[in-house]
Design a protein around this ligand. Sequence first.
Ligand code: FES
Length: 353
Amino acid sequence: MARFHRLRVAAVDRLTDDSVALTLAVPPELREEYHHLPGQHLTLRRVADGEEIRRTYSICSPAPDGAAPSTLRVGVRLVEGGAFSTYALKEIDLGDELEVMTPAGRFTLPPAPGLYAAVVGGSGITPVLSIASTLLAREPEARFCLIRSDRTTASTMFLEEVADLKDRFPDRFQLVTALSREEQQAGLPSGRLDRERLASLLPALLPVGQVDGWFLCGPYGLVEGAERALRGLGVSRARIHQEIFHVDSGPSAPAGSSAAPAHSTVTARLDGRGGTWPVQAGESLLDTVLRNRPDAPYACKGGVCGTCRAFLVSGEVRMDRNFALESEETEAGYVLACQSHPVTEKVELDFDR
Ligand code: FES
């Protein structure tokens, strides 16, 4: 069950003009709760002017091997007008305490032998840095190819950390950088990494069919383009893992033909306790649950982070959009509560499964 604890800021490292890495100290009594897999994220919560803000940031530090972590490091990039990222870049200081949810997320790679690859854009490097550094350090039979896209060198997050991987694992780590607004002396010509470009680039870089897992992370356009390129190259969906960081104008699922029932109720089980409540017109099932159980897990409320995942025990729902759950999860019966609206008069969700 996801829980918030107050963690102290142990370091604030400026990465670029518009991004920082925050290191959080985890006291011994909480370390088990912050055990994480490479690629998972933390939700940070702040109440300002009576309003609660939550944002999800990926852990960039390697996942612990055995012993639980004494620190966690996350990358935060400034989003224009972003309430939390502005606070993080301008105000958060050493010694401050932040409210931090226990780790979550299924964009993960437990170390295993094989060939893995990632296509990332901008701050999408953050979870992939944890995935690649954990994999290479722990699994001598693993190789990793990172294809990263940024605007310029100066705006590239974790340059040093990625260069360090190249130094430590020269035979097993391959790095390809594409800059959209700057020419490089070595590497790819400038320009965006879109579907067409990736479709011709990827087979030239690595044996696409032999890659055991693809990790796509960044803005919607890049992830979607990379997925289409890989599918066009014959890669099965099961080998493609995605995490979308920003959806500016991504498509919503069609509203669906099923009209919402006039009166519906949701029964939800959360942290071992259940309840049944009426769903008000137009609200998501998450909002219904939150009115009655403020401890229900969520972060983005936008269908992107997956924190509100719940198992649909009975009934039927319509999801507005889903950028977080893999097809196996939806087929297994999981839904995003923040995007779900009742189609049947009774809907039952289980947040504990
Ligand atoms: S809260 Fe982020 S997907 Fe629902």
